[in-house]
Design a protein around this ligand. Structure first.
Ligand SMILES: Cc1cc2nc3c(=O)[nH]c(=O)nc-3n(C[C@H](O)[C@H](O)[C@H](O)COP(=O)(O)O)c2cc1C
Length: 371
């Protein structure tokens, strides 16, 4: 059963993907470790040769499948970007973001707003699939249920994707207006499985390996996509690989093992970004790793300010390695949740027609990710 690390802006960089891949490989040494998708990059940034965009396209030598999520609004630009990814960066899988609910993105008709325009969606998919085809690179799409309950898009997106030669479609079982609030609707995922001829990947609210198994049983998906559940818990990929290999994990990590994982994460960040930037980048992960543990406020605060690996080592040494995993955290949401949005910001008249020809302004070079 394919297990996929969801693209998460600011999270799924080369260090984090490597960490999750190492964990998966530990539980399934002979099996395929899964798919670990890079942070979203913009087609504009790639086509214009933007330095930050290029720096995000960094892969570990053990990363045998280079998987990248592209975001864009213009079919031709996206096609060109896909060609650059395949031809110049040796990328083996291109995913397209049609799920971002961020106002800056939907205001331009991008992300979760785009599938509403059926002709535009078709043109976009055909352009990217044609660009990737000479390289034998599969293209997938990741989307939401729709804009809101009155403007659902996922079933048609599934049909259009199949007609355009897309290899698989991932569905996050929420609408854009829901943001990350409420519960993901797994029934919509099952509906998509029944409604399209291509493989469906289920996404939303997998907090434990057992949730992934439940999603597969309930929806019939061909694979699962896991995002927030692995924040501060890269070993979820070990658990998921074990669960699907028929070897469910029973061991919960004690604080000492979590500290070792934190050290490995920071070390990988330092390897790819340099020690100073890597340590700074690591800070945002600290509270996720320590969620539910007793570690005192002062220590947490100090860990969230580390500047060197030596400092990190000295602070991690103060944690009680035998403290058991806080079982109360199991099965609970982590990361972004929040309240539903009041509205989804869309271009003027966007909802009036679905098959009109729309000329899209290109996206910004750097966009806030989400999906
Ligand atoms: C911090 C963060 C960044 C995200 N960035 C992206 C992104 O760039 N592209 C995308 O398609 N989804 C993005 N997402 C959405 C996730 O990929 C996933 O669809 C969503 O979190 C639901 O899955 P989950 O319940 O397993 O977290 C992001 C989510 C979070 C929490």
């Amino acid at each position: 059963m394919p297990v996929i690390l969801a693209p998460m802006a600011g999270i799924t960089d080369v260090a984090y993907r490597t960490l999750c891949r190492e964990q998966a490989a530990a539980a399934a040494p002979d099996g395929h470790p899964g798919l670990f998708v890079c942070e979203m990059i913009t087609s504009r940034g790639l086509v214009e040769g933007d330095a930050t965009t290029k720096s995000m396209l960094c892969f570990d030598e053990g990363e045998s499948v280079r998987s990248v999520q592209l975001y864009g609004t213009d079919p031709a630009h996206l096609g060109k970007a896909a060609e650059i990814l395949c031809g110049e960066y040796g990328v083996n899988h291109v995913d397209l973001n049609f799920g971002c609910p961020v106002p800056k993105v939907t205001r331009r008709g991008g992300g979760a707003a785009l599938p509403w325009k059926r002709s535009l969606l078709g043109a976009t998919l055909r352009s990217v699939v044609a660009a990737a085809a000479p390289y034998g690179v599969p293209v997938t799409v990741k989307t939401r249920k729709g804009i809101d309950e009155d403007h659902l898009t996922f079933l048609e997106a599934g049909r259009i994707a199949a007609d355009c030669g897309v290899a698989a479609i991932a569905l996050h079982g929420r609408t854009a207006i829901q943001g990350y609030s409420g519960q993901a609707d797994w029934d919509s995922i099952a509906e998509l499985v029944a409604g399209t001829s291509i493989p469906v990947l289920g996404n939303g609210d997998i907090w434990e390996a057992s949730d992934a198994r439940r999603m597969v049983a309930r929806t019939g998906v061909a694979g699962v996509v896991v995002g927030r559940g692995c924040l501060g818990r890269p070993w979820l990929f070990r658990d998921l690989a074990g669960e699907f290999a028929g070897n469910p994990s029973v061991e919960l990590p004690r604080l000492g093992e979590v500290a070792a994982m934190m050290r490995r994460h920071a070390e990988l960040l330092a390897r790819y970004q340099g020690e100073e930037r890597g340590c700074k980048e690591f800070r945002k992960h600290v509270s996720w790793y320590l969620k539910g543990f007793r570690a005192g406020g002062e220590l947490r605060h100090a860990l969230a300010l580390i500047g060197t690996l030596a400092e990190l080592d000295s602070l991690l040494g103060k944690l009680d390695p035998d403290e058991p995993f806080p079982v109360g955290e199991l099965g609970h949401p982590r990361g972004r949740q929040g309240a539903p949005r009041r509205s989804v910001v869309l271009p003027q008249g966007w909802l009036d027609a679905r098959d009109d020809v729309v000329h899209m302004a290109p996206e910004e070079t750097h966009e806030a990710g989400g999906g």
